[in-house]
Design a protein around this ligand. Sequence first.
Ligand SMILES: NC(=O)c1ccc[n+]([C@@H]2O[C@H](COP(=O)([O-])OP(=O)(O)OC[C@H]3O[C@@H](n4cnc5c(N)ncnc54)[C@H](OP(=O)(O)O)[C@@H]3O)[C@@H](O)[C@H]2O)c1
Length: 352
Amino acid sequence: MPKIPVAILGATGSVGQKFIERLIHHPWFEITALAASDRSAGKRYRDAVNWFQQTPLPPSIGEMVIHPCKPHLEGKIVFSGLDSRVAGEIETAFAQAGYLVISNSRNHRLDADVPLLLPEVNPDHLAVLDQQQTPGKIVTNSNCSTMGLVMALKPLHDQFGVKAVHVVTLQALSGAGYPGVASLDILDNVIPYIGGEEDKIETEPLKMLGHLQNGSIQPAHIQISAACNRVAVVDGHLECVSIQLKTAATKAQLIEAWTTFRGLPQELELPSAPRQPLHYFHEDKYPQPKLHRQIEDGMAVSIGRLRECPVLDWKFVVLSHNTVRGAAGCAILNAELIIKTRRDSVGLSIPG
Ligand SMILES: NC(=O)c1ccc[n+]([C@@H]2O[C@H](COP(=O)([O-])OP(=O)(O)OC[C@H]3O[C@@H](n4cnc5c(N)ncnc54)[C@H](OP(=O)(O)O)[C@@H]3O)[C@@H](O)[C@H]2O)c1
C-alpha cells in the first residue's frame, strides 16, 4: 500500500517547517501539498520560506508550489500549523470537506467534541470524535507549555492525585512563531508576559487530565496558577513547577512514577513514540534547554531538581522541546495513534 498523502497548512511557519522536517522521511506519510497565506500562495516553497531548521530544506519540498488554504488540497490528512487568527474557520472547512485535521492551534481545543490529545495521557478521549458531525474530523494539540507540564503531572495524578499546581515558565523564542519577538526586545532581557498563555496553561490540563463519562470529558479538579516568561533561548520551554498532592508520596516514589511511565504509543511502538517518555536527571543543574531538548529526537520530556516545597508539597523542573513534543512531533504522533487505533472511523490504514 502506498504512503498516506498529507498536506501542511501554515507550511512556512515555525511549526510548519518542523512538520516538513519530521514528515519528509516518515514511514507512513508522504507530503503532497503545502499551503500558507495569500502572501505565499503561488510561490515556490523555497522562495516563500525563511527556512531556519538545522537540517537542509529538502530539494523536492523547495520546488513545491504553495497553495492557498482552501479545502482542495491533495491529501487525506492535513497537519495545521496555522496562525490562530485564521485557523478556526479554515480547519472547520477542511473537516467539512472530509479531511482528518490534526491541529496545533488553540481555536478548537476546548470544543466538547474535539479531543485535546496527548497520546501518552488521554488516548481514550478519541471517543468524542464520534460526536463530530462533519465528514472529516478535527483533533487538537495543547499549548506547548501545557504539553510538558501535563506529561510530568500524568503519572503523579494517576498514582497520588494532584490537587494544586503553581508553574513559572521560561519559554523559548521559537514558541512565538517567525519572526517572533524583535531582537532588541529579547536580547539582554526576559519578558514577563506572553499574551493568552497563562489562561491556556490554567485550563487545558483540566480537559487533558479529565475522564470520560457517558461519552463526554469531565474536567479534572486541579487548581493551577501559571506565570509565563519569554527568554532568549531558541528552542525548549523550561517550567518550574510546585505541586500539592492528595496522597503523600516520597521522593523515590515520585521519581519511580516518572521513570517507569509508559503510554499507549510505547505499547503500540508508534513511529514517533519516544522509548521512554519521561527522563529524570539526578544532577542539580539539569535539565537545560541547550543540552536536553533533543532527547529521543525531541519527543521525550526531561525532569529534574525534585525537592520538597515549603508552600505546597514538592517542586521540580520540566523541559520539553516546544516545536517538537509541544507541536509538530506530537501532532504527528496524534495522527499515528488515530490511524493505528481508529482506522475504521477515519478510513485510513497503515501503509505497508
Ligand atoms: N511555535 C510553537 O512552539 C507552537 C507550539 C504549539 C502550538 N503552536 C501554534 O501553532 C500555530 C503556528 O505557530 P507558528 O509558531 O508556526 O506560527 P508562525 O511561524 O507565525 O506561522 C504561521 C503560519 O500561518 C500562516 N498564515 C498566517 N496568516 C494566514 C492567513 N490569513 N491564511 C492562511 N495562512 C496564514 C503563515 O503563512 P505566511 O508565511 O504565508 O504568512 C505561516 O505559515 C499557532 O496557532 C500557534 O499558536 C505553536
